[in-house]
Design a protein around this ligand. Structure first.
Ligand code: AMP
Length: 114
């Protein structure tokens, strides 16, 4: 799978509101937010979908979730709660084929998600 617009965000070729960055992960606000807080956490080395992750990516996948939790604590909504989501392929609703974790917060989420 080739480059996506998230690659352009990593390279600063298109703008994004970046709220988190470390050596391997970038977090930026979703352009079409589905909650008062909606941030996408992505690995800087692209993985197209969750199906394409390998055991070598296990630590990175864990760190994506830990980055979400760290951000939630930093921003003060960790105790109130939040949702993390990884959409995979058509039935999952994935539209950008650079694996990302959605972090949604600031309202009560529904279950099932529909
Ligand atoms: P998914 O449907 O899980 O692949 O999620 C892709 C997400 O990327 C959607 O929530 C979009 O709103 C978001 N998105 C698309 N383009 C941009 C962009 N340029 N900057 C920030 N978020 C974007």
């Amino acid at each position: 799978m080739g480059d996506t617009l998230f690659g352009k965000i990593i390279r600063r070729e298109i703008p994004a509101e970046i709220v988190y960055e470390d050596d391997d992960i970038l977090g930026f606000r979703d352009v079409n937010p589905q909650a008062p807080v909606h941030v996408l956490f992505i690995p800087k080395q692209p993985i197209a979908t969750l199906n394409d992750a390998t055991p070598a990516d296990a630590a990175l996948l864990g760190r994506l979730l830990l980055a979400c939790a760290a951000y939630a604590k930093q921003e003060g909504f960790a105790e109130q709660g939040y949702r993390t989501v990884v959409n995979c392929n058509e039935h999952g609703g994935q539209t950008v084929f650079h694996l990302h974790v959605h972090l949604l917060a600031g309202r009560t989420m529904q279950w099932p998600p529909g």
